[in-house]
Design a protein around this ligand. Structure first.
Ligand code: SF4
Length: 257
């Protein structure tokens, strides 16, 4: 990857490490900017650091992190090739949910990371990251495993690995969804390798996927089906607010090893 991107990412990390823009800095041990190469083709975005992450300065290093690593390996990906970060870079006290003002204060860092890395696919881990990255798109129970195109970005919402630790049925769902991610990556890779003059932009759906007429689509938002025989979702307006799924246990409890 070009050193320019790596340098730019390093600058973002430096700013995060000394940031005091929201109250979360008051009780952190350290900020957790993110890990992975600036040239990563895949980015994974979770909610926020937990106890172990706060202590070690790296994201997804507890039990949930182990689940994520195994899921990535199940489709032939190495964790060290993925850029992993969170919506907020400092641990919310007691592992509570980050507050809207905290997510807003921190959002420019995530925006900068995405802009620098420009990944082929962004894996959205859990409902809080979904709400931050795709506001109004719908709930995680309806979108998990599907690819969502907004602007020139391709996202795949997934259940948070922590949820699968304590709700066994979600593990199978996560594994199935990761299997779909493999196919999305292969398509993205093929698209990127196409000659520039014939390359289809990311925002163009594959031929097999129905295209939502602009008049029906939410601006710049379109969902395409992960399977040719699965009907595409059409978003004329934001989905109704979905009841919150069972909250996974606090990240402290998940940092078992
Ligand atoms: S959570 Fe984000 S905005 Fe808040 S202090 Fe940490 S780096 Fe700064």
């Amino acid at each position: 990857m070009q050193s320019g991107a790596a340098d730019a990412l390093a600058v973002v990390h430096e700013h995060i490490l000394v940031c005091t823009d929201c109250p979360l800095h008051l009780r952190r041990i350290q900020a957790v900017p993110g890990t992975g190469p600036a040239g990563a083709r895949i980015m994974a975005v979770g909610e926020g650091p937990g106890e172990t992450e706060d202590r070690l300065g790296r994201p997804f290093v507890g039990a949930a992190g182990n689940v994520l690593t195994k899921l990535l390996e199940s489709i032939g990906l190495r964790r060290e090739d993925i850029y992993i970060t969170n919506v907020v870079k400092c641990r919310p006290p007691g592992n509570r949910d980050p507050e809207p003002a905290e997510m807003e204060a921190c959002s420019h860092f995530l925006d900068a990371q995405i802009e620098i890395i420009r990944p082929d696919v962004i894996l959205i881990l859990g409902r809080h990251a979904l709400a931050r990255l795709l506001p109004g798109a719908g709930g995680i129970s309806g979108l998990h495993g599907r690819r969502v195109v907004r602007g020139d970005r391709l996202y795949v919402p997934l259940y948070h690995p922590a949820a699968a630790l304590y709700q066994g049925s979600l593990m199978r769902t996560l594994e199935d969804d990761m299997g779909k991610v493999r196919g999305y990556l292969d398509e993205a890779e093929a698209r990127r390798r196409q000659p520039a003059q014939v390359a289809a932009p990311v925002r163009d759906a594959p031929a097999s996927a129905p295209v939502v007429p602009p008049s029906l689509a939410e601006p710049l938002l379109r969902l395409v089906s992960p399977e040719p025989d699965e009907p595409a979702l059409r978003l004329g307006s934001p989905d109704p607010v979905e009841p919150a799924p069972p909250e996974p246990p606090g990240r402290d409890q998940l940092s078992l090893f």
